[in-house]
Design a protein around this ligand. Sequence first.
Ligand SMILES: Cc1cc2nc3c(=O)[nH]c(=O)nc-3n(C[C@H](O)[C@H](O)[C@H](O)COP(=O)(O)OP(=O)(O)OC[C@H]3O[C@@H](n4cnc5c(N)ncnc54)[C@H](O)[C@@H]3O)c2cc1C
Length: 284
Amino acid sequence: MKLPFVFAKRFVAGEEFSSSVPAAKQLNQAHHQLTLDLLGENVSSRSQADHNVKAYVDVLKGIEQHKLLSGISIKLTMLGLDIDVEYCADNLFTLMEHARTQNQFVRIDMEGSAYTELTLDLFKRAHAEYGAQHVGTVIQAMLHRSKEDIAELADLGADIRLVKGAYKESRSRAFQQMSDIREAFNAYAEVLINNTSFPRFGTHDDQLIRAVRSYLADYDIPYSRVEFQMLYGLREQGLMDLNRLGYPTRVYVPFGTDWFPYFSRRLAERKENIWFVISTLFKR
Ligand SMILES: Cc1cc2nc3c(=O)[nH]c(=O)nc-3n(C[C@H](O)[C@H](O)[C@H](O)COP(=O)(O)OP(=O)(O)OC[C@H]3O[C@@H](n4cnc5c(N)ncnc54)[C@H](O)[C@@H]3O)c2cc1C
């Protein structure tokens, strides 16, 4: 049984691109940049993956048409990574060609650790062809391997969004304690600040935001050198405050009918999010 969209609307801007445009425009007017994310993951048929590529090309066109200040985020399993790696690479490059022609930006989101190596391989191929102005990816601080990945990607001058990691991972692959994840995040944030031109930090966690801010202050690094990113529907005031202080800010705006996995991760992350959902049900 599919839950009605009313459950998700706190975290998901709309079921269609067109119904998400008003929320996107409002966020742009509040001086936030955007990352539009067409929800979906783990497709198993080529027809569905082909359909997703077309849908994303339409999103790129829609961004231009509505003059939104927005890039897009994609998940490679939505472009057929589970079907065949080279087929997925072709789909990624098709999308990248459109992004380059329209001077737009594609971020490859990071999924569970079974996909990390493949995702980084395809990212590096895209980065070599299209450069940091058109493509970036995500590193999850919780994964043990991220120490090496961050060093390698920083060397490449890659455009990185650093996050904690949203997927449940085993002890052998990832830190399990929040204190360890935060320590890793802070260490990688410093590597990115020192070695890349514009690192992005995707977190709602004040401890991490404070640590980045103090590091910038300690080394006299301008606010404009980093970007703080948050998810649609979460900590709006916190992001607004950062924006007013002069930090570049960005909201990750998911939309689409396939919202259930994304929605479930948000509920699993934080019990307070359940109250957001319940309160949304009673709001007209
Ligand atoms: C822009 C963006 C993009 C992302 N992309 C990816 C990706 O590609 N791959 C991936 O695996 N994960 C991604 N994530 C998810 C990320 O990995 C975390 O799972 C998620 O952000 C939760 O961790 P957190 O640091 O935000 O805070 P949490 O660990 O959820 O919370 C830590 C503390 O932060 C504060 N806090 C958190 N939320 C709130 C709130 N709503 N209101 C008030 N205080 C709050 C509280 O003090 C809380 O105790 C992304 C996150 C963001 C923001």
